[in-house]
Design a binder for this molecule. Structure first.
Ligand SMILES: Nc1ncnc2c1ncn2[C@@H]1O[C@H](COP(=O)(O)OP(=O)(O)OP(=O)(O)O)[C@@H](O)[C@H]1O
Ligand SMILES: [Mg+2]
Length: 363
């Protein structure tokens, strides 16, 4: 059993700053859990507490049935891969990967066996005799992952492992990591800033903000049923558009926009959320919910991204075709059927469920 459980975890640094506030998190055995959130929200702190590199101020961490709060990092059976993977420059790939096992006094044949297996999984077989400086960034990163694999730990922790790689290598390593998890099925916690990594690698994603866990859910549930405005704006790229306004008898109105909302009982101030990909160009003015002059047009070939403003709020639309629209042109917009979100205008900014688009988690 290698599930990881955090109960009421608080991290208070020595200067009194509280970086993690009462975190409750269950990472299932074999699960790939992605941790996302803005810079400084407490992702690395959380990971380092699980690894044992940072002390827990309050609460408990369990790996399987064992409470690990008081265990040294080396006794936790967890391997961590950092953004700055420090390989020993004077050692070959083989020696780098086997180093941790040698220090533990593992038998030489066993080390060779595990290194060969990891090298096979990571396609490093032909590079085993190279030194780090004779390899590309992506290859070095694979060695760092290999060093974690050979330990056969009960969990992997990754802290932005791909952020030093260029775009093409990132994509390649991303699919390698997906394959790796598919093969080994080791419980994994993975911190990233990359939306695509989060959406594609995670069985589930934990979204954090200012030390507080906002939502833990599958990628698609986060996309479709964000719990609050923060999660809605954080998951998805370009980010969800927000329009302030008021709901009266199932009609949302803000300056320059009017939208009939089916099946919403909410009345009063609210924020309307619409993803850029859920805006479409209205056929004729009659069906449009607002009409605005476009400020910037980005033609990508397969899609066109339009930037404009609605009563001072900057909005983005992503249309899945190549449109010959020019900046300055007036464009009527509508929203794909039921593809809007509504948020309370309170401090929590919780999402208001609408019956036409119910949350599967709450039958
Ligand atoms: N040793 C420390 N003493 C005091 N505060 C710290 C310490 N280490 C980190 N912090 C603060 O705790 C907060 C969380 O830091 P953490 O490194 O966990 O953020 P993060 O989510 O990993 O951010 P990033 O995405 O930039 O890596 C930050 O505000 C940071 O300044
Ligand atoms: Mg960090």
């Amino acid at each position: 059993m290698s599930e990881i459980r955090l109960t009421n975890i608080i991290k208070r640094y020595e200067d009194g700053f509280v970086a993690v506030k009462n975190a409750q998190l269950e990472i299932h055995d074999g699960e790939f859990m992605v941790l996302v959130g803005p810079s400084g929200c407490g992702k690395s702190t959380t990971l380092r507490m699980i690894a044992g590199l940072e002390e827990v101020s309050e609460g408990d961490i369990f790996v399987g049935d064992q409470r690990v709060n008081d265990l040294e990092p080396g006794d936790r059976d967890i391997a961590m891969v950092f953004q700055n993977y420090a390989l020993y420059p004077h050692m070959t790939v083989r020696a780098n990967m086997g180093f941790g096992l040698r220090m533990r006094g593992v038998d030489k044949n066993e080390i060779d066996h595990r290194v060969n297996m990891a090298a096979k999984i990571l396609s490093l077989e032909n590079l085993l005799n190279r030194k780090p400086k004779e390899m590309s960034g992506g290859q070095r990163q694979r060695v760092a992952v290999g060093r974690a694999i050979v330990r056969q730990p009960s969990a992997f922790l990754f802290d932005e492992p791909l952020s030093n790689l260029d775009a093409k290598l990132r994509v390649q390593m991303r699919t390698e990591l997906a394959k790796l998890h598919h093969q080994l099925k080791t419980t994994t916690v993975y911190v990233t800033h990359d939306q695509v990594e989060a959406m594609t690698l995670g069985n589930r994603i934990t979204v954090m903000n200012e030390g507080v866990i906002q939502q833990v859910d599958t990628p698609l549930n986060l996309y479709r049923h964000p719990r609050n405005r923060f999660v809605a704006g954080f998951i998805g790229s370009p980010a969800m558009n927000f329009i302030r306004g008021n709901v009266m008898e199932s009609v949302f109105s803000g300056s320059g926009i009017r939208l009939a909302l089916d099946k919403v009982s909410h009345q009063g101030p609210a924020t309307l959320g619409v993803r850029p990909e859920d805006l479409t160009i209205a056929k004729g003015d009659t069906t449009s919910i607002f009409s605005v002059p476009i400020e910037v047009v980005e033609r990508m070939g397969h899609e066109t991204v339009l930037y404009f403003q609605l009563s001072g709020d900057p909005l983005v639309a992503r249309i899945e075709e190549d449109l010959a629209i020019k900046a300055g042109e007036n464009v009527p917009f509508t929203i794909k059927s039921q593809r809007w979100h509504l948020f309370e205008a309170t401090d929590d900014e919780l999402r208001i469920e609408h019956l036409a688009h119910p949350d599967p988690n709450k039958n």
